[in-house]
Design a protein around this ligand. Structure first.
Ligand code: FAD
Ligand SMILES: O=C1O[C@H](CO)C(O)=C1O
Length: 544
């Protein structure tokens, strides 16, 4: 344990009086991956066992501190910011056992997805579906409703069959679809507000590779296939990047190849053919053009044309095709480039073409008679507005594996209960960690985008940079939110796991719980983003 002399004496006495290790350090700066938010927790705690986690929660309760658990800090909002105690399970990420008959894998919840994928691969197993990256912790992925892009799957958490979680009384509980179902459905998407998830049992699949191809085309061609049902069903994994100014879309689609085919030599791995522009050159060119776009925003449509033309080709259709066969843990990922804001919403799949046509018409300031013009209906000005590309377009279907009847649908799952969901993710990069440019472009873009998403019956992805009120969330989730709140209140009546993000979006009303943290201030941080400061019980944490 490092020097904790900054703590009040009674807390140091409490810590010193227990034989259970308390692996806490001071002077830790927490920041999100995108460096959009940072905070200075009073303590940064890296436990190595369940008793240590239970002990940390009990101490927090006694010392009137809030506990925030952070995984890899990839959630782009202030969700993981705290001035109180920050717990991280990077030292609690081992695989505990693998049942070869059922492919059930039990692991400590701090394990990162890349580590899980590698360890599973060594025994011929895999994670069936991944999002764009594999840096996240398993607990973090579960807790925000992270998804990939496939109509065969819902949220990544649908593979979780059992959770062990330490609740506000500092004791571990085990839950599953059959045991403590209400708690299980709350813990399957809890945004850290229920307790510390310490262990999960995950259903893996036999290892597989992905044979994929990618083409770029006019967006109307892609919408046509969508409306005929020939896009999202064309392969197991399909994802689209839409370019609002060019009105083109890249379609990436991949199918699973059993690893036995690769091992038998019938299929060989091969990476895609790349050009001199791919890799470092394209990365830096785009970065610098985005930087320039902060000062001269009207170049952004040209930047889109140039950068993505260089990357995917200036010609449409088969002439742009790229193919490859890669292990699934590599094929399903992509390079997410630089710091960014991301605002992602879930809408009904069939509304996709309408959503993108209306957004394209608004962003392109199209007029009647222009190609691609539709009435967008967005009641916000688009004058002088220039935005970044692309909009990520992905799908999931949570009705395949999860449901209320099966006891495994998270109460806070933002996807549809009765069919496939489309995710639209509006990205605004932060070149060199600087907020995107002039004219308040990001906020104006997101205002129009969010209005459209609401108009199409959407709900936001919990992890991302959205705006909403608790009243709105109540209207979206209805009884499901009430059930989640009831479980939360019982699991953590003193609010040890509650912060302002939860109050603002999930709980509503004024903060009033004993250990709840409120936001005190936010100011510009050195190096960009916002430095977040909170307080528990009306005082700055460190003064209590
Ligand atoms: C570059 C990038 C790419 C991304 N790609 C995708 C994508 O393809 N699809 C998608 O859906 N999302 C994506 N995301 C979002 C990301 O998957 C989520 O934000 C995810 O939650 C991050 O995991 P983490 O381990 O970093 O969790 P954190 O961001 O650290 O924490 C997220 C939440 O989990 C809680 N938490 C963490 N550990 C525990 C625990 N042990 N017990 C209880 N609560 C816990 C935290 O308190 C917090 O509420 C992406 C984000 C980035 C930055
Ligand atoms: O949040 C996300 O960031 C990447 C895009 O860069 C992605 O796929 C998300 O989801």
């Amino acid at each position: 344990m490092s020097d904790l002399t900054h703590l009040p004496p009674h807390i140091r006495t409490l810590i010193a009086s227990s034989p259970i290790p308390f692996r806490a350090t001071a002077n830790h700066t927490h920041h999100t991956w995108a460096r959009t938010y940072s905070s200075l927790p009073e303590l940064y705690i890296r436990p190595q066992s369940i008793p240590e986690i239970e002990h940390a929660v009990r101490l927090a309760a006694q010392c009137r501190r809030r506990i925030t658990t952070v995984g890899s800090g990839h959630s782009p909002s202030d969700l993981t910011c705290t001035s109180s105690w920050l717990v991280n399970l990077d030292d609690f990420g081992a695989i505990l056992d693998i049942d070869r008959a059922t492919n059930l894998v039990r692991m400590q919840a701090g394990i990162r997805l890349f580590q899980l994928s590698e360890e599973l691969d060594a025994v011929g197993l895999a994670v069936p579906n991944l999002g764009s990256i594999n840096e996240q912790s398993v607990a973090g992925v579960i807790s925000t409703g992270t998804h990939g892009s496939s109509l065969a799957y819902g949220l990544l958490s649908e593979r979780i069959v059992q959770i062990k979680i330490v609740l506000g009384d500092g004791k571990v509980r085990t839950c599953s679809a059959e045991r403590e179902t209400e708690l299980f459905r709350a813990a399957l998407l809890s945004l850290g507000a229920l307790g510390v998830i310490v262990e999960v049992v995950f259903r893996a699949v036999p290892a597989f590779s992905v044979r994929w191809d990618q083409t770029i085309d006019r967006d109307e061609v892609v919408f046509g296939r969508w409306e005929r049902g020939q896009l999202w069903d064309a392969a197991r994994f399909v994802r689209v990047w839409w370019f609002p100014y060019m009105r083109r879309a890249v379609v990436w689609k991949g199918d699973a190849v059993p690893e036995t085919e690769v091992l038998a030599g019938r299929v060989s791995h091969r990476d895609p053919v790349t050009s001199w522009y791919d890799g470092a050159m394209g990365y830096y060119v785009y970065h610098n053009l985005l930087f320039l776009g902060r000062y001269v925003p009207r170049i952004l449509p040209w930047v889109e044309w140039f950068v993505f033309g260089m990357q995917y080709g200036f010609r449409n259709g088969l002439a742009s095709e790229v193919t490859a066969v890669q292990p699934s843990r590599k094929a399903l990922l992509m390079n997410c480039l630089y710091s960014q804001f991301v605002n992602e919403w879930a809408i009904p799949l069939e509304k996709g073409p309408e959503a993108l046509r209306r957004l394209g018409s608004w962003l392109g300031r199209l007029r009647p008679g222009d190609e691609g013009f539709v009435e967008h209906g967005i009641p916000f000005s688009n004058q002088g507005l220039y935005v970044h590309s692309p909009v990520e377009v992905r799908v999931s279907d949570a009705t395949v594996e999860t449901s209320a009847e099966k006891g495994n649908r998270p109460w806070l799952d933002p996807t549809r209960k009765d069919g496939p969901t489309l995710y639209l993710n509006a990205i605004e990069y932060r070149p060199y960690h600087l907020d995107p440019g002039a004219n308040n472009s990001k906020d104006r873009y997101y205002q129009g985008f969010e209005w459209l998403m609401r108009d199409l019956g959407g709900k936001p992805h919990w992890a991302k940079n959205f705006t909403a009120s608790a009243a709105e969330v109540e209207a979206w989730y209805g009884e499901d939110l009430e059930r989640w709140r009831a479980v939360r209140d019982k699991a953590d009546p003193e609010g040890i796991f509650v912060g302002p993000w939860h109050r603002r979006l999930l709980l509503g009303g004024e903060s009033h719980l004993e250990n709840e943290e409120e936001v005190l201030d936010t100011k510009s941080a050195k190096g960009g983003g916002l430095l977040w400061e909170g307080r528990v019980g009306g005082e700055k944490s460190k003064d209590v």
